[in-house]
Design a protein around this ligand. Structure first.
Ligand code: G3P
Ligand code: CA
Length: 272
């Protein structure tokens, strides 16, 4: 993989409600090279794009994703934000919105199939970085369903990893290894916020194609991406929103820059 690419984290999620069609369409309009999504499974076995374990923060409903059916989730509005603190410090960039934007189709839950369809329908190459959550509980079910979805779209065996329209990610080594076993030609990212001694030296496990450090980690160790690159591994860094962090990624040679602000980040990387 060559050149720096902007990955729209949950879509253009600083401007639109995360993981909605509206957020992804804005990201594409802003020229994002790739989209990022989190994937969970509903009670009736559908893959949906949602970050939290519960729907409370990001929708008009309440409850745990794995205990709700897709039908029930489809009736919720995911662009009418609730005012609860997000899960992680990285999410503190999000501001609850007073009023939702866009029509009903832009505000409801997206299935993974729908998002993949959107990516595949673009007239230019766009990648999808898909992150699986809580993989241990399901013992490989989510990864198997993701692999089946790629097969349905005819993209589970790209001729070259560089050209793969989909990249699979997880903080879980077990999940990344399962992806590798299920679809060896699809690139994988091992996400992390702390690095082992081996990773700090630039060594990744063979089943992970890319390293996925947080920007917090890169701030502490700006040479990490170069050491990984010296051993043939590209870097995906998250979540990169302010000007100093974008500049850090540019200088550090980060290959994929995941941001909630794809338009501004793209302009900054281009030096405009
Ligand atoms: O892109 C990786 C990043 O999204 C991981 O953190 O919590 O935003 O899914 P989180
Ligand atoms: Ca994510």
């Amino acid at each position: 993989m060559g050149g720096q690419e902007v990955v729209a984290h949950r879509g253009a999620s600083a401007e639109r409600a995360e993981h909605t069609l509206g957020a992804y369409q804005v990201a594409l309009d802003q020229g994002a090279d790739a989209l990022e999504c989190d994937v969970r499974v509903t009670r009736d076995g559908h893959l949906v794009c949602v970050h939290d374990r519960r729907v409370d923060r990001t929708s008009t409903g309440r409850g745990v994703v794995s205990e709700l059916t897709l039908g029930a989730m489809s009736r919720l509005d995911f662009a009418q934000w609730h005012h609860e603190l997000p899960d992680s410090a990285d999410d503190l960039v999000f501001e609850p919105r007073a009023s939702p934007v866009g029509g009903a189709s832009q505000r409801r839950i997206l299935t993974f199939d729908e998002l993949l369809g959107l990516v595949r329908a673009q007239s230019r190459p766009v990648r999808l970085f898909a992150e699986t959550k809580h993989p241990v509980r399901y013992g490989g079910l989510v990864e198997a369903k993701l692999t089946a979805a790629l097969a349905r779209h005819g993209i589970s065996a790209p001729a070259h990893k560089d050209d793969s329209p989909v990249v699979m990610m997880s903080f879980s080594a077990a999940a990344v290894r399962r992806f590798r076993a299920n679809a060896p030609g699809v690139p994988t990212v091992l996400l992390f916020d702390r690095a082992s001694r081996a990773v700090r030296a630039g060594e990744l496990p063979r089943w992970a194609d890319l390293a996925g450090p947080s920007v917090r980690l890169l701030r502490r160790d700006p040479g990490l991406a170069r050491r990984l690159a010296a051993r043939g591994r590209d870097t995906y860094c998250w979540t990169v929103d302010d000007a100093a962090d974008v500049e850090l990624c540019r200088r550090a040679g980060v290959r994929f820059v995941a941001t909630n602000r794809p338009g501004a980040t793209r302009a900054r990387l281009a030096g405009s």
